[in-house]
Design a binder for this molecule. Structure first.
Ligand code: FAD
Length: 773
């Protein structure tokens, strides 16, 4: 699987941890210090760490904040203060780029087992159970710290972006301050004892008994198998948290401005929805009043939330000064400016792979990379597509900010001299001398879901009291469920929020401070250079976001929607004629991202299994094209068996690459093609095994199970490989669970043993995933 930089994860959702609640009144002539280190790929761990640093003073402490790659700023070899690590995991369990060197350093075999004997640490690990190796970077750091003698002073938090980081992060942060203070006083008394010469006599502490713990709902790898129950328990957590919040004493001054103003009928339904901040509909039953169905929405809350006192995050300190300068000559930059190795390549062919009545639209694009001999890729590699923000959305944003007339002005960004933000930087991904239009088109992910810190900052720019209150609710602890329901889960962007809250007029600087860098979108190569020299194919589904509360009309995914519009004039439909060649071919910017592990086995005699439903089949088309060529070039060689498990909804609507796959079977390149049709199969009489006869839909994992004996044989006895590609949220997890089950049955072991066996295959890189979603 590929780096989360690509994300695979991508911790898209928002949590803000800037607040926090307790205010300690430690007298502060000299505040005790602690070291705060983060490793962050997409900014989530960094934002949590910055939040901790910002509120440290309120707790009577000084946080020395550094990124793990700023090794000139900290020295763990000599550190005698508590150290707090906040680290995310990327890709297939790899450290974020800015933690790589640190992890390498602490892994060195030459370090002695007491290298960090003096160190006391706490660790918050961020991950996503939708992906393999949950929180692996945090776990790796922890393991090595402990092997080097460091002592934990606070139980590690494993936060899962798959269910909402805040479920673990919030209580972990709540308990952190006391833990640091306990650690500080313990370290001070240890030092005193040492000075008094008592060290040798003191019994060594057993770390576990002395570590403050909090009920964190710690999610571990084992929880992956129980994703449903995890989700259920999280829902319970948020509901009960909301219920509890209703009775909580106010800790902020944010009392309801005018809930009735939001609801109109708030008082009638008091108590009706108790315990739920986000009831979708409530029947009021007060005598004399008509029964009115109240609906919560993005802009409207129900009791108890609308009547509750709120704990909102601290206001993130502004840190940028932004000015717009009129310039005589405006350089019209039409493409991305980037230091990365971008290549501009023409799209030479575009084919719609699905029929018009298919639920999803899958497209195949062929890029002509012949002008770039360096662009030699291997099956299994992916590459980034650089896409701009949608022109209409940029225009809307310019109007909404009241800056349309200044769209060609040059943007000048500098750090505010008086900023209180620790480690503030002018975003390094924004080039100098660019116009406002360019900034909004190529630099900022204007579609990204605003984090709670951003919502908190927007409150300050909302003129209307009712709207302010709702924004406060959405970023508050009590409104967490509403935030998830109406913002995060619907993937609402800032433009949609500004439309829903018309009185809110943030300055441009706020957008630059809070919107992340516009990310390229990775796609897996769906071809082999051997079969298509000078060409690169890829396949994607056009992502559709339906209309919802806060989004009056549906929209397409940013990159897939942009590509769709771009290639529309040259698009070839199934069974249709090729384009006449008269329409000029659009060009796009791409850069290669090699994946060194997701490759067919180098030993051609080893068998391998590919599991790739839907567009997940993409890399396997490349694998098979390559295998076909290799077979032609080495007629004498022995080739291992190949299996492909493909799935789609309907045989005649969205069976991607059907002809090519059947051709691979005829030529013997593909030994076994197992296809299931989730919406056809259950209707086809006799097509189902007993497990599915109850009408359950049939997916790739069901076909895996039917071939359990062969698969376990290949994996456990023949040293073979298994590759999974496609949807991370459901498919990859279901396949993983099925594999555990198959190994359990085959080896007659318990589930834990089977999981360990599968983890072993993963470590040997014989069970590989390339998943997204
Ligand atoms: P955005 O505007 O970025 O919206 C994406 C959001 O939409 C996500 O947050 C998600 O919640 C939601 N969403 C709904 N449906 C989907 C979906 N089907 N895919 C992703 N997000 C969805 N995609 C392919 O179609 N083919 C590939 O070969 C492919 N290879 C990838 C390889 C790697 C290494 C990675 C990390 C991702 C790959 N993806 C692939 C996903 C791809 O990069 C984009 O995320 C996807 O095309 C959506 O981009 P977008 O800009 O249109 O959507």
């Amino acid at each position: 699987m590929v780096a989360f930089g690509l994300v695979r994860t991508v911790l898209s959702q928002s949590v803000c941890y800037l607040s926090k609640y307790a205010v300690s009144s430690m007298p502060c002539e000299m505040k005790p210090r602690f070291v705060l280190l983060y490793g962050s790929q997409k900014g989530q761990a960094q934002s949590i760490a910055e939040g901790v640093a910002e509120v440290a003073e309120e707790h009577g402490l000084v946080a020395e904040l550094s990124c793990l790659d700023q090794n000139e700023k900290y020295n763990l070899e000599k550190e005698n203060a508590p150290v707090v690590f906040i680290v995310s995991t990327t890709g297939d369990g790899e450290p974020p780029d800015n933690a790589l060197q640190f992890v390498k350093r602490i892994k060195k075999k030459t370090l002695s087992t007491d290298h960090y004997k003096h160190l006391c640490y706490a660790l918050l690990a961020l991950g996503d159970t939708n992906y393999a190796n949950f929180c692996n970077c945090g776990k790796t750091i922890e393991r090595h710290l402990q092997e080097l003698g460091a002592k934990q002073f606070y139980a590690t938090g494993y936060a899962d972006d798959g269910v909402g980081l805040e479920v673990v992060v919030d209580p972990w942060l709540d308990g952190l301050w006391t833990a640091i203070k306990v650690a500080l006083s313990k370290m001070a008394s240890d030092r005193t004892s040492y000075l008094k010469g008592e060290e040798e006599d003191s019994p060594k502490e057993t770390p576990d008994s002395s570590i403050p713990d909090v009920q964190l709902n710690l999610l571990s790898i084992a929880d992956r198998q129980n994703s449903e129950s995890v989700r259920a328990s999280v829902e319970t957590v948020s509901t009960s948290a909301s219920a509890a919040s209703a009775t909580q004493t106010a800790v902020s001054d944010l009392r309801p401005a005018s809930p009735a103003g939001i609801l109109g009928l708030a008082s009638q339904s008091r108590g009706a929805a108790s315990g739920s901040t986000s009831a979708l509909g409530t029947q009021t039953k007060d005598a004399g009043l008509p029964h009115v169905a109240l609906m919560a929405s993005l802009t409207r809350s129900l009791p108890p939330l609308c009547e509750s006192s709120l704990n909102v995050p601290a206001l993130p300190p502004p840190y940028l000064d932004v000015s717009l300068q009129e310039v005589d000559t405006v350089e019209q930059i039409v493409g991305p400016l980037s230091e990365e190795a971008l290549l501009e390549v023409p799209i030479s062919r575009a084919v719609q792979l699905t029929r018009g009545d298919s639920v999803k639209t899958a497209l195949l694009l062929e890029l002509d990379v012949s002008a770039y001999p360096t662009m030699t890729y291997q099956p299994g590699d992916s590459f980034d597509v650089i896409c701009p923000n949608r022109a209409t959305e940029v225009e809307d944003m310019l109007h909404r900010l009241g800056l349309h007339d200044q769209r060609n002005h040059r943007v000048h960004i500098s750090l505010r001299k008086d900023t209180k933000k620790k480690g503030a930087l002018v975003p390094p991904y924004i080039p100098q001398n660019i116009s406002l239009m360019y900034l909004l088109t190529w630099c900022l992910e204007i579609r990204s879901v605003p984090k709670k810190a951003f919502l908190r900052a927007l409150v300050e720019h909302a003129g209307d009291g009712v709207q302010r209150r709702r924004l406060q609710e959405l970023c508050s602890k009590q409104g967490a469920a509403d935030y998830n329901l109406y913002v995060r889960d619907l993937s609402l962007g800032v433009l949609e929020l500004l439309t829903a809250f018309p009185s809110c007029s943030p300055p441009l600087s706020l957008l630059i401070e809070h919107l992340p860098k516009l990310q390229p979108r990775p796609y897996s190569a769906a071809s082999s250079c051997l079969r298509h020299p000078g060409k690169l194919h890829f396949v994607f589904n056009v992502v559709e976001f339906p209309a919802c509360s806060g989004r009056p009309a549906g929209k397409r995914g940013l990159c897939t929607g942009w590509l769709f519009d771009l290639i529309n004039p040259v698009l070839v439909f199934p069974g249709g004629a090729e384009s006449s060649g008269r329409t000029p071919l659009p060009k796009i910017h791409v850069s290669l991202r090699p994946n060194c592990s997701f490759r067919p086995p180098s030993d051609l005699s080893l068998p391998f299994i590919m599991v790739g439903p839907g567009t997940g089949v993409a890399p396997f088309i490349g694998f098979l094209q390559q295998r076909q060529k290799e077979r032609q070039q080495n007629p004498e060689a022995t080739f291992g068996e190949t299996w492909l498990f493909f799935g789609c909804r309907h045989r005649d609507r969205d069976y991607l690459f059907r002809e090519e796959l059947e051709g691979f079977v005829s030529s013997g390149t593909l030994s076994h093609l197992q296809v299931c049709f989730s919406r056809d199969d259950r209707e086809e009489e006799g097509a189902l095994e007993a497990t599915n006869s109850a009408g359950r839909r049939r997916y790739v994992q069901h076909n895996l199970l039917l071939n359990s004996q062969y698969i376990t044989d290949i994996l456990l006895k023949q040293n073979g490989y298994l590759y999974v590609c496609g949807d991370a949220k459901n498919m990859a997890k279901d396949v993983n669970d099925t594999l555990v089950e198959m190994i359990r049955t085959e080896l007659q072991v318990d589930q834990l043993e089977a999981m360990k066996k599968l983890a072993g295959l993963r470590e040997e890189k014989r069970y590989l995933q390339d998943i997204w979603g």
